[in-house]
Design a protein. Structure first.
Ligand code: ADP
Length: 392
């Protein structure tokens, strides 16, 4: 079977999936994940129908970093039979100011993507490592980069900037926005399942371990909560979300923290984890009766509601609100609480539908429709990859 490999390489996990190429488009065959890199490495893989292919733990010392994880993934992939690799699609966090759509990767493109490393120092090097490896071992297999930033690039310029001297915008200090692959997938699904909603004013809340919201008008991004980096906007598992830049100045000047210390604080020790002092995982916080966990949840919900209000203003009103990603898809209590914060906009939750995990969780007469939609970034990458290689 002709196949595509989709790679999503993060700092502590490596997700890779295989899609068959069918006439109607990519069809998922295998979902694999190597998680716990540097902590508790574990490789799992299942077929599309859920049959387990592997569940193996590794010594922490053997899988300390992404190159080690890539080598394990590569060895395991080479044991698979029956797939003829036609192309590899990659999630690349940053497409900088230039890339407004997925692109076929060659050496100059790779150089350009490497130059964005300064804009996303924690993500971009991980995203580029598997591209370099595949170029070395499978030089004839085309590779395609899909960007988290592309979907937001068509925004009006005055929404895309900070109020800094213009030269900073020109050198790339912009409100890029992220999670664009997820938003693009949801916008497409909305067209299929609720076309009248898709044409309207919609907020999509991607609430996973990273979290952001996007305001969609007629299926296009007009505003979003993340900006120059994936630190801005909503509180997340370990990131604080919106922060007065004066706090960073204070940490540097008054507390004498180094830039590295501040980076570690903002990327790894803040958000739900920092506030609760317990866990970055919403499930742990919901299960715990500890007041610190409740406090962290209260903050999360408050900031989600505030940001939804801001995006509703950008849209001039609201027709629908979509919950997606880990928390959005699976946590009825958090959906209920955020929906309460949307009541003033005309959202009326149907608690039974919400608890049952229905795809529409608002009451029949609700002025704002509340949807729950699973996202599928890997399928979106596979579709783009196929389209790019067919066009090249
Ligand atoms: P990532 O952002 O890493 O791709 P996900 O979108 O899958 O991951 O989101 C992962 C997060 O979703 C977890 O950290 C956890 O906080 C949250 N989550 C997953 N399932 C539930 C659940 N049933 N209830 C509450 N939160 C959940």
């Amino acid at each position: 079977m002709e196949a595509l490999l989709v790679v999503n390489a993060g700092s502590s996990s490596l997700k890779f999936q295989i899609f068959g190429i069918a006439a109607a488009g990519p069809e998922r065959q295998i979902r694999a994940r190597l998680e716990g890199v540097g902590t508790r490495p574990r490789l799992t893989a299942t077929t599309a129908d859920g049959t387990q292919l592997i569940d193996r733990r590794f010594d922490t010392a053997a899988v300390q970093d992404l190159p080690a994880a890539l080598s394990i993934a590569r060895d395991w992939l080479s044991t698979l039979r029956g797939f003829e690799l036609r192309a590899i699609g990659h999630r690349v966090v940053h497409g900088g100011p230039d890339y407004v759509r997925p692109v076929l990767i060659d050496a100059p493109v790779l150089d350009r993507l490497a130059s964005y490393q300064d804009l996303a120092p924690l993500h971009q090097p991980n995203n580029l490592a598997p591209i370099r490896l595949a170029m070395a071992i499978e030089p004839d297999v085309p590779q395609v980069a899909c960007f988290d930033t592309s979907f937001h690039r068509g925004r009006v310029e005055h929404t895309d900037c900070y109020a800094l001297p213009r030269a900073f915008y020109d050198e790339g200090v912009r409100r890029y926005g992220f999670h664009g692959i997820s938003y693009e997938y949801i916008a497409g699904r909305l067209c299929e399942v609720a076309p009248e909603v898709a044409r309207g004013r919609v907020i999509v809340a991607h609430l996973g371990s990273g979290a952001s919201m996007c305001a969609l008008k007629d299926g296009r991004s007009v505003e979003t909560t993340m900006g120059f980096t994936a630190l801005d906007g909503l509180p997340m598992g370990t990131r604080p979300g919106q922060l007065d830049p004066g706090v960073v100045l204070y940490l540097l000047t008054q507390r004498g923290m180094s830039a590295q210390d501040v980076s570690d604080l903002l990327y790894h020790r803040s958000g739900l984890k920092g506030l609760s002092g317990m866990s970055n995982d919403m499930r742990d916080l919901l299960e715990s009766g500890d007041p610190r966990a409740t406090f962290a949840i209260d903050h999360f919900v408050h900031r989600c509601a505030l940001n939804a209000g801001m995006l509703a203003a950008a849209l001039g009103g609201l027709d629908a609100f979509v919950f997606t990603a880990g928390i959005g898809e699976r946590s009825a209590p958090i959906r209920a609480r955020i929906s309460e914060g949307l009541a003033w906009l005309g959202a009326e939750l149907d608690p039974a539908a919400n608890d049952a995990g229905a795809s529409i969780i608002s009451k029949g007469g609700s002025r704002v429709a509340l949807h729950v939609m699973p996202t599928d970034e890997e399928l979106m990458i596979a579709r783009h990859t196929l389209a790019v290689i067919r066009a090249s």
